[in-house]
Design a protein around this ligand. Structure first.
Ligand SMILES: Cc1cc2nc3c(=O)[nH]c(=O)nc-3n(C[C@H](O)[C@H](O)[C@H](O)COP(=O)(O)O)c2cc1C
Length: 370
């Protein structure tokens, strides 16, 4: 075959593929021409443009529920967190008959604002409907989980599995944007699936004009077993700026996540790497005052234990009818440590089944202290 004929055939084949939309780089268009920031714009104006960094609360399933978030708001606001995330909620579940029970995970109080609902799904239609529902419920924003390594979620093609299929990921983002209409849609993800591949993966998300991107600085394979790769954050920040522009000019707001120990630690990490802020997860366990003005002043033991009782009562009041009391026991491990008798008290609390029993045990312990 002559070279020209071969070239002509190749061109025809390429045109055909392009016509049917199957070309290699075919993705979807974002709904908005530039990132839709919504409530984030206020944080940009009042904090970021004044050189301050953001500290937001991470979504943590069976941890940052309405009871714990209310405690965090009470003991940390108005200083922080700048934004709270709900636990992740299945968009597919919200479109199923089990919807009403799941909707309870989306309850929140005014004190928690600004608050973002985190959703996961690999089905664009469900994502669109669930995003519309979250808007109706009054959320300030929606976040899509594209980093969760949980097997049951990955099997559904959601969470971290999105990193293996960026075209579908883009469709899911677009669907959320359509459902969310005028509230912002952000994404939380990792550095890659089996290996560090943020240079290939993150641009695919950024093409969708997301106003906020949170990067947990580990791969899916690393789970939480290694230290977060904060050494890569400067490069991630550079990439985000190159692709979307400076934040002052409408660029994507980048939040770093992984092993941040306190608001002060987060500020140092953000300032030294060029991300706009940090998302804090596990450091909040047992310290709902973490984001507060006096967060570095140690609470007395008695104060800490009284907060534990208050948290337990709130859990029972808000979620007692649908959640297992065992969920509270994770918190007890965090509240009760580092003092004489902590181990025995913890063991006592593990035997309890309700707030009355918890209060009795704690009060007995406090009486002995005095
Ligand atoms: C108990 C637990 C539950 C979590 N649930 C979620 C979740 O629902 N959605 C999500 O995006 N990440 C979830 N994560 C990940 C955290 O949001 C965060 O990315 C991770 O813990 C790293 O941050 P850290 O070192 O500050 O904890 C969870 C982590 C933990 C420990």
């Amino acid at each position: 075959m002559s070279k020209t004929l071969q070239q002509q055939l190749q061109q025809r084949f390429a045109n055909l593929i392009a016509f049917f939309g199957f070309q290699k780089n075919h993705g979807v268009e974002p709904l908005h021409q530039k990132p839709l920031r919504g409530f984030w714009q206020k944080l940009v104006d009042e904090k970021i443009l004044k050189g301050e960094t953001l500290s937001v609360l991470a979504p943590m399933a069976d941890v940052t529920d309405i009871a714990f978030r209310t405690m965090i708001a009470k003991y940390s606001k108005p200083t922080g967190p700048d934004v709270m995330w709900t636990e992740f909620v299945s968009a597919d579940g919200l479109c199923s008959v089990g919807r009403e029970v799941l909707k309870r995970d989306l309850e929140f109080g005014e004190i928690e604002r600004p608050i973002v609902a985190q959703l996961f799904s690999s089905t664009p239609e469900n994502m669109k409907k669930a995003a519309a529902l979250c808007r109706e419920l009054g959320f300030d924003g929606i976040d899509i989980n594209m980093g969760c390594p949980d097997k049951s979620i990955e099997k559904q093609g959601a969470g971290a599995a999105h990193m293996k299929d960026w075209r579908l990921a883009q469709k899911v983002i677009r669907a959320a944007q359509e459902g969310a209409v005028d509230i912002p849609v952000s994404v939380k993800t990792r550095l890659g699936f089996n290996k560090i591949e943020y240079k290939e993966w993150l641009p695919k998300i950024l093409e969708m004009n997301v106003p906020v991107l949170t990067v947990h600085l580990r791969t899916r394979k690393e789970m939480s077993k290694v230290d977060a790769h904060w050494n890569l954050m400067s490069d991630v920040a550079k990439l985000v700026r190159e692709k979307t522009g400076e934040v002052k000019d409408g660029g994507t707001i980048l939040l770093g996540n992984g092993d941040v120990k306190s608001v002060r630690d987060g500020k140092e990490k953000a300032n030294s790497t060029g991300c706009v802020g940090v998302m804090i997860g596990r450091a909040i366990f047992g310290t709902p005052w973490l984001f507060g003005e006096n967060n570095e002043i140690e609470k007395t033991l008695e104060e800490r234990l009284k907060i534990l009782i208050e948290h337990t009562k709130l859990f029972e009041e808000k979620l007692g009818d649908i959640k297992n009391f065992a969920i509270m026991k994770k918190h007890y491990k965090a509240y009760v440590h580092g003092f004489d008798g902590a181990k025995e008290l913890r063991m006592d609390l593990m035997e309890c089944d309700n707030s009355r029993e918890i209060e009795e045990k704690i009060n007995l312990f406090i009486d002995k202290l005095i």
